[in-house]
Design a binder for this molecule. Structure first.
Ligand code: NAD
Length: 266
């Protein structure tokens, strides 16, 4: 368990893509600090229900689930409306859902480009667009977009992902300027490599694209970029999120907390 704590009792947090990996960890971290949670994401219905029930039971908070597909604007708007309707509030929006595809650009499947831009970038626009009126009415809000070190740096074979993550940073800065006077902030957290299912899947794809072994991908491609040579942990990301959503984070706006072991210092 991380050392940081913030009192989020009575607040409602929506975390997109929280049925797995970073999103699930961030939801648990916010619940641990008292926030009511609305989970979202794809996956096996029984596993999602177990996660939902566990978060509610472990932390004594309300934990709901909404199945909005981040490819569908009307479902994203319904996710935000559902959170507000069921809990009476919307304090924290974490746009986290994301997918990856690794391929040289000349072979990059068109449908993969479209899906990555839609899920990793456009869904954050739709969720933010729906959330802002509620946050303005409440007089406070926190939007945190989970971008990536790839919001600041490029890597070969990740054209859609890098484009989407750079786009998320631009969206975040724009929203921050628009809502600053309403006690609402919008920021990004940029993880380096975290060993989630998304990264596990990338190891095989990157090995194929580069013609090297999976061990070489981990050592020479992934952690080669990360000077600490260690994967970023969930608690390190939860700590950054807690700071941004706290009252002490009120003047951090349109900015990035980059948790990448020094990768983007280069
Ligand atoms: P993950 O695959 O473990 O989780 C992705 C989540 O998004 C899942 O809950 C999945 O169901 C959801 N999702 C995917 N498509 C969806 C759709 N169409 N509609 C609704 N939900 C959908 O991945 P992760 O590694 O935890 O990644 C989470 C975020 O963190 C992503 O935005 C990713 O780009 C970012 N990130 C990850 C790393 C890393 O090293 N893992 C590094 C930097 C940034």
């Amino acid at each position: 368990m991380g050392a940081l704590s913030v009192d989020l009792s009575g607040q409602t947090a929506v975390i997109t893509g929280s049925t797995s990996g970073i999103g699930a960890a961030l939801a648990e971290g916010l619940a641990r600090n008292g926030a009511n949670i609305v989970l979202n994401g794809l996956g096996d219905a029984d596993e999602i229900e177990s996660l939902r029930a566990k978060i509610a039971a472990d932390h004594g908070v309300t934990c709901l689930y909404h199945p909005a597909n981040m490819l569908k604007p009307d479902e994203i708007a319904d996710l935000i409306a559902y959170a507000h309707r069921e809990t009476g509030r919307l304090d924290i929006l974490v746009n986290n859902a994301g997918i990856q595809h690794v391929s040289p650009i000349e072979d990059f499947p068109l449908e993969k480009w479209d899906a990555i831009i839609a899920i990793n970038l456009t869904s954050a626009f739709h969720a933010t667009r729906a959330a802002i009126p509620v946050m303005k009415a409440q007089g406070r809000g926190r939007i945190v977009n989970i971008a990536s070190a790839h919001a600041l740096r490029a890597s070969p074979f990740k054209s859609a992902y890098v484009a989407a993550k750079h786009g998320v940073y631009g969206l975040t800065k724009t929203v921050a300027l628009e809502v600053a006077e309403h006690n609402i902030t919008a920021n990004i957290i940029n993880p380096g490599y975290v060993k989630t299912p998304l990264v596990e899947n990338q190891i095989a794809d990157t090995a194929k694209a580069r013609g090297i072994s999976e061990d070489e991908v981990v050592r020479d491609v992934m952690l080669a970029a990360q000077p600490t040579k260690k994967f970023v942990t969930y608690n390190e990301l939860i700590g950054a999120l807690l700071y941004l959503v706290s009252d002490d984070g009120a003047n951090v706006n349109g900015n990035a907390i980059t948790v990448d072991g020094g990768w983007t210092a280069k």
